[in-house]
Design a protein around this ligand. Structure first.
Ligand SMILES: C[S@@+](CC[C@H](N)C(=O)[O-])C[C@H]1O[C@@H](n2cnc3c(N)ncnc32)[C@H](O)[C@@H]1O
Length: 276
């Protein structure tokens, strides 16, 4: 698993970060491992986005595009018929549901669906769009990195383009451990995530090519974010994580999954069982 912070962006010399807490420059420091800053930072922006979508007066996905043709649809259509489920109405859990297009797709196909998102506004919309379609889905505001799996078990867990928004190693590990725990024996974990892409333009953001972490430059309000890191005289927060395909695979394997199929950022996994 890649780690730490050193080079930004491709080809540029190793950078020195100053952590707000430590107040000193330390090469290879890992400031993002201390908290949930990538969520706290983007929260207001996310809520504004979903509030704008609410005004559109029709069901849309998180981009304001078609609710029916959401990003993960073709992958689900391709993969679901190849999976075996123990009962006619398998239990499914989707995280990063947004306005719920994936959850509705699954419920319309007979899954008993529970879905979560960290955005309360997205969850309100998801409930509305599901009700409009006559679908019974349990939607909750929750963070996949924070929930306790308890007694709940699912035949299917779906990451619907959420993982790239979880930047730190610690939170990604928490999310994957939770998924492992949530899966019933024989259950499947389907992932759609954004991978690193050569030549992508990050605008004012900076990419740490070694870790795949994308940083957003902070303005005057940098003081608000305790996990902000200082680079070349400016403050940044980590907002995304774009791994390469083989890094994603290693991360999943290290977290105890067996990757049974992978096409880029679209992956089918099962929990690796110990040899008898
Ligand atoms: C790229 S959007 C995709 C939304 C939806 N799946 C779609 O296709 O329209 C990612 C979603 O993940 C949610 N999210 C980000 N981090 C999360 C976390 N830690 N736990 C649960 N949801 C999260 C965001 O609020 C956002 O709605």
């Amino acid at each position: 698993m890649v780690d730490g912070i050193a080079a930004v962006p491709d080809g540029s010399p190793p950078a020195r970060f100053t952590s707000r807490r430590a107040g000193i420059a330390i090469e290879g420091l890992e400031p993002i491992e201390r908290g949930f800053v990538e969520m706290r930072y983007g929260f207001a922006e996310l809520e504004e986005r979903y509030a704008r979508l609410a005004e559109m007066g029709r069901a849309v996905d998180w981009k304001g595009g078609s609710f029916e043709e959401f990003d993960l649809r073709s992958f689900l259509e391709e993969v679901l018929p190849t999976l075996q489920f123990p009962a006619p109405h398998p239990r499914a859990m989707e995280y990063g549901t947004g306005t719920g297009p994936g959850a509705c797709f699954l419920a319309a196909r007979g899954f008993r669906v529970e879905a979560i998102d960290i955005s309360p506004t997205a969850i309100q919309l998801a409930r509305r769009f599901a009700t409009e379609r006559g679908l019974e889905i349990t939607f909750e505001v929750a963070d996949i990195c924070d929930i306790h799996c308890g007694e709940r078990r699912y035949d299917l867990v779906v990451d619907n383009y959420c993982l790239q928004r979880i930047a730190s190693n610690q939170r990604r590990e928490q999310a994957l451990q939770t998924v492992r725990c949530l899966l019933a024996v024989g259950g499947h974990f389907l992932i759609g995530t954004v991978l690193a892409r050569e030549g992508r333009d990050y605008g004012e953001d900076r990419l740490d090519a070694r870790t795949g972490i994308r940083y957003r430059r902070l303005g005057e309000d940098a003081e608000k974010y305790e996990d902000a890191v200082r680079l070349d005289g400016a403050w940044y927060v980590p907002i995304r994580r774009y791994l390469r395909a083989e890094e994603l695979r290693s991360e999943l394997e290290e977290a105890g999954f067996e990757v049974v199929r992978q096409r880029g950022g679209q992956v089918v996994c099962v929990v690796r069982r110990r040899a008898a």
